[in-house]
Ligand binder design. Structure first.
Ligand code: NI
Length: 386
């Protein structure tokens, strides 16, 4: 492995990122991305670990026995037609790295390179987790089911964040991101002629009542100091002007910070939908999909990471948000810290004009590298307290 200076490494990582950006792949289909990551790691002499998963890469650095620190980057893209205008825009129609996971991949590659240089001094092992399928919120669970988190003592991850100065690192203890749930509701009435509503049971009026009634849950049932969002995002009913249809459909999502808010909203949702349907003489089917819990940062780990990070990067106190990341699943199994890294000014994530900043890459590499080394030392000294 040729020794690269920091600036040579950064140049190389930017080239890799631009390549990943041009060939984005959707959740569970990251075949080329997986092959390319493996090729780069193998080229640097880094040990690839076995897996039963078709995509995603797991690798290990470290020669000595001791604690294991996991570093995680997500690798998938989104079904969006890119419109950012960058020279290295997606060559895959309808698919784009609109969440900047390409910068996350490059950052973890950079950390891998830097840690490999210091392999003999590491007092334990660093496990690299290039995670598939974050956007459909299934990847982290697949990684855990594949046994990749066994023996990992602590785990770190980050997301690039727009509207924050480049390279600034946002941290907080406890709840960082929200839990995510999804619902689909079908209302079944009896179709009839629009001029004879008394001959049927109208699901449209029922649907309207339900949409209104559901808005009262967050405002009337949740403690005002708790955070929760209930959004109905898709409605489908009827197809012409003179027929009252048989069925109406709506779906949406619930985001909550605490487990208690999550429980209250679900319980009230089921009651409101069922009783409102009954009041309007229609039957109802509710599908409730429980998603990931909240990203919840371990307080002791945050203290250590803050102390270490303050030596090389500006830090800010991150406000919690109700967006989600399946990094939360890892934190159920092992203590972990998830941070934001400022991307500078750009339009929001998941927009066709989103532009990730190449500067995020080395900021991420350094965050991973320095904190992995520090955590190995802390865990070695104090394995029980963390
Ligand atoms: Ni993302």
């Amino acid at each position: 492995m040729t020794k690269l200076s920091k600036s040579e490494l950064e140049k190389q990582l930017i080239a890799y990122r631009h390549d990943f950006h041009q060939y984005p792949e959707l959740a569970n289909n990251e075949v080329r991305t997986t092959a390319k990551i493996k090729e780069i790691l193998q080229d640097w002499g880094i040990k690839i670990l076995p897996t039963n998963l078709k995509t995603g890469v797991f690798a290990e650095i470290g020669a000595l026995p001791g604690p294991v620190v996991g570093l995680r980057a997500d690798i998938d893209a989104l079904p969006i037609q890119e419109n950012s205008g960058v020279a290295f825009s997606s060559k895959v129609p309808g698919v784009m790295h609109a969440c900047g996971h390409d910068t996350h991949i490059a950052a973890l590659l950079g950390a891998a390179y830097l840690l490999k240089q210091q392999e003999k001094q590491l007092v334990g092992k660093v496990k690299l987790i290039f995670q598939l399928s974050e956007e459909d919120k299934e990847g982290a669970l697949q990684v855990i089911q594949d046994g990749q988190l066994q023996n990992v003592d602590a785990i770190l991850g980050f997301h690039n964040t727009p509207h924050q100065a480049l390279g600034e690192i946002g941290m907080r203890s406890g709840i960082f991101n929200g839990a995510i749930d999804k619902f689909k509701v079908t209302l079944r009435g009896l179709g009839t002629h629009a001029s004879k509503p008394e001959k049927g049971y109208d699901p449209i009026v029922a649907l309207g009542a339900e949409i209104n009634a559901l808005q009262s849950i967050v405002s009337r049932n949740l403690n005002p100091f708790e955070a929760g969002v209930l959004s109905i995002t898709h409605v489908n009913v009827g197809n012409t002007w003179n027929i009252l249809p048989e069925e109406a459909f709506f779906e949406g999502t619930v985001r909550t910070a605490s487990a208690s808010a999550r429980e209250i909203i679900k319980k009230r949702f089921l009651d409101v939908v069922n009783y409102t349907a009954k009041a309007h003489q229609v039957s109802t089917d509710i599908d409730w999909y429980e998603g990931d819990p909240s990203v919840n940062n371990d307080a002791k780990l945050v203290d250590i990471i803050k102390d270490e990070t303050s030596k090389f990067a500006p830090i800010y106190e991150q406000e919690p948000a109700l967006s989600s990341d399946d990094f939360a699943c890892y934190q159920v199994a092992t203590p972990g810290v998830y941070v934001n890294i400022g991307n500078g000014e750009t339009i929001n994530l998941h927009n066709s004009r989103f532009k990730a900043n190449d500067g995020v890459i080395m900021a991420g590499s350094e965050f991973f590298e320095k904190n992995a080394i520090r955590l190995l030392k802390e865990l070695k000294l104090n394995p029980i307290n963390l």
